[in-house]
Design a protein around this ligand. Structure first.
Ligand code: NAD
Ligand code: UDP
Length: 338
């Protein structure tokens, strides 16, 4: 099949492109490189021995999309392009609604015009909002996300539900990611955040490689087993395999389908530090800092719906997540620029 991957030069997208090529799909990537790197695609091409058609451009550019769909016969669209920094979304909400919501609407209009109606959307566990009922399963009502980034994901989910209600030819997967971490085991592609990492695992690996002094653990007074925040971490390779399974499933399923993509269990910040130290054989200096605004104490996925319906489950453990994240970081201390 021929797949359009928006945001394919980013962290998850580049791993997805690799997996698609390995599964013998044709791939077209659209990315404006606002947070991605063309080098990631060169490395994917080197790893797979296959070419990737790369178009540098914006998902909000309707004319470009029309040309793209005219030039390439696309079967499915995997839509990763968007902005994801929670703090920035609080400061610049319009930017987030423009990129994430308007971007998706423009993409869907171009897809509709081209007669392409299969879409896999990168949603997030953030759509469950501040929910005490863990684990989160897909039947839980969505909640009130605590920031504009989360709200943009929930808005897109609603837009896509309305679209599929209005035209039953659409098949759409809403994939709610928990916490994607890790890297391809080659150490050639991985997560390359701009500036100071917001997320736990890239922060840990940057401390270990000497780019940061110490990790701040945001709060140790949560009602969790060791007082630090608990999340459901999922290896990026498991995550992209979940997309392959979802793509296959929506080929047979009209309408909107929702699946959690998580590992189904929670780990605390201290668990993650310990797993890293074991995998990398080095100590992570850390200090306890105040809680981060908007953080929840704990959540993890009920991942059984994906297992039942997609015959998929995450299989890589936190040691593998940390070993792979570390291999990427130590081989590329400055990310793709090193
Ligand atoms: P990323 O920033 O590494 O990748 C996103 C890519 O999209 C980047 O390469 C960027 O240059 C590109 N992009 C952004 N806006 C664009 C636009 N308007 N037009 C074209 N390209 C554009 O992020 P990621 O971690 O790979 O996340 C991919 C998707 O998954 C995002 O939609 C994100 O919100 C979602 N998601 C990520 C996480 C996570 O923790 N990484 C969790 C839940 C959901
Ligand atoms: N965290 C931390 N220090 C950091 C970054 C994150 O203690 O420098 C904690 C955060 O409070 C949360 C967990 O690590 O409990 C995962 O945070 P991350 O930002 O990676 O993902 P989130 O779940 O917030 O999307």
């Amino acid at each position: 099949m021929s797949i359009l991957v928006t945001g394919g030069a980013g962290y998850i997208g580049s791993h997805m492109v690799l997996a698609l090529l390995e599964h013998h799909h044709e791939v077209v990537v659209l990315d404006n490189l606002s947070n991605g790197s063309a080098a990631s695609l060169e490395r994917v091409a080197a790893l797979t021995g296959r070419d990737v058609a790369f178009i540098e451009g914006d998902v909000r550019d309707r004319e470009l999309l029309d040309r793209l769909f005219h030039q390439h016969k696309i079967d499915d669209v995997l839509h990763f392009a968007g902005l994801k920094a929670v703090g920035e979304s609080v400061e610049h909400p319009l930017r987030y609604f423009d990129y994430n919501v308007s971007g998706t609407v423009t993409l869907c209009r171009a897809m509709e015009a081209a007669g392409v109606r299969r879409l896999v959307f990168s949603s997030s566990a953030t759509v469950y909002g501040d929910n005490d009922t863990v684990p989160y399963d897909e039947a839980l009502p969505t909640g009130e996300p605590t920031n504009p980034y989360g709200r943009s994901k929930l808005m897109v989910e609603e837009v896509l539900r309305d679209l599929a209600r209005a035209d039953t030819r659409w098949s759409i997967a809403l994939l709610r990611y928990f916490n994607p971490v890790g890297a391809h085991p080659s150490g050639l592609i991985g997560e390359d955040p701009l500036g100071i990492p917001n997320n736990l695992v890239p922060y840990i690996t940057q401390v270990a490689v000497g780019r940061r002094d110490a990790l701040s653990v945001f709060g140790n007074d949560y009602p969790t087993p060791d007082g630090t925040g608990v999340r459901d971490y999922i290896h990026v390779m498991d995550l992209v395999e979940g997309h392959l399974a979802a793509m296959k499933a929506i080929g047979r399923r009209p309408g909107v389908s929702v699946w959690n993509l998580g590992g189904g269990r929670g780990y605390s910040v201290l668990d993650m530090i310990q797993a890293f130290e074991k995998a990398a054989g080095r100590k992570i200096p850390y200090r306890i800092a105040p809680r981060r605004d908007g953080d929840l104490a704990q959540y993890w996925a009920d991942a059984s719906k994906a297992e039942r319906e997609l015959d998929w489950k995450a299989t890589r453990d936190i040691e593998a997540m940390m070993a792979d994240a570390w291999r990427w970081q130590v081989n590329n201390p400055g990310g793709y620029a090193s």
